[in-house]
Design a protein around this ligand. Structure first.
Ligand code: CAA
Length: 240
């Protein structure tokens, strides 16, 4: 049995591709999902990857879910904090609930996912923390004050965790996907999406697998000296 990897939001979109890639690379994968039972059941049927249902915004649920995975599969050595939502609106129209939902899920959700696995990683002197940020955390985005704040926050999280974990053999890194052909991007109005694609020098949306391969690289034993870094995979749309 390979190392155990947890992927939040791991049954759909980019997370689905990450779960499958890690499984193909020999990891024992646990994928979480928040609400879509049907998609999760289909995913498990197709991949054989076990799914667990909880809301990453809730600390107690996250801690209990993680304890269950460790009881079922063994200690989690790779954690991919991928779960995320959008609630886009121009700032003057953004409601406090839209701000709060996105902060709770995308930012506090990362805390809630990593915090329960951190002590075990420190004890075992090995861990891989990978947070899925976004190009929009790097450059900002019209109508995404909430989302961009969380994705920029992810970069602060990994840079801080990297310093705390380095001596314990733990790395923490971020991947910043550009616009990837997932349901989240397909939900953007078509005209807006076409204009976004026009701003991508590669001339196309990215594919979930292109992000999954970045994650697999950061998860590997060989990437131990890469710590606190960000891999941008965005078709040359934006450079930091
Ligand atoms: N830059 C500048 N102006 C923009 C703009 C932009 N990117 N997008 C829209 N506008 C303008 C419009 O032209 C319009 O101007 P006018 O009023 O002069 O016509 C105005 O802003 C929009 O005002 P509306 O009242 O029509 O806006 P709305 O309340 O209907 O909201 C929207 C529309 C939510 C902004 C919608 O356009 C949208 O979803 N935009 C996409 C936002 C986006 O890129 N989200 C990323 C999702 S994918 C993702 O998040 C994954 C990832 O990590 C990359």
């Amino acid at each position: 049995m390979g190392r155990v990897a947890l992927v939040t939001g791991g049954s759909r979109g980019i997370g689905e591709a990450i779960s499958k890639k890690l499984k193909a690379d020999g990891y024992t994968v646990a994928a979480t999902y928040a609400g879509n039972d049907e998609a999760a059941a289909k995913f498990t049927e197709a991949t054989g990857i076990k799914t667990y249902k909880w809301d990453v915004a809730d600390y107690e649920s996250s801690a209990a879910g993680i304890a269950q995975i460790e009881a079922d599969l063994g200690p989690i050595e790779v954690v991919v904090a991928n779960a995320g939502i959008t609630r886009d609106a121009p700032f003057h129209k953004m409601k406090p609930e839209q701000w709060k939902e996105v902060i709770d899920t995308n930012l506090t959700g990362v805390f809630n996912t990593v915090h329960p696995v951190w002590p075990g990683m420190r004890e075992r002197k090995f861990g891989r923390v990978i947070v899925i940020s976004s190009i929009n955390g790097q450059k900002g985005q019209f109508a995404q004050v909430n989302y961009a704040a969380t994705k920029a926050g992810d970069l602060g999280i990994v840079k801080s965790l990297a310093q705390e974990g380095a001596r314990a053999g733990i790395t923490a890194n971020a991947v910043c996907p550009g616009y990837i052909g997932t349901e989240m991007v397909m939900a953007v109005p078509e005209k807006v999406r076409e204009s976004i694609i026009g701003q991508i020098p590669a001339g196309r949306l990215g594919e979930p697998d292109e992000i999954a391969r970045c994650v697999a690289f950061l998860a590997s034993d060989e990437s131990g000296f890469i710590n606190g870094s960000t891999i941008s995979a965005n078709g040359a749309q934006f450079f930091v």
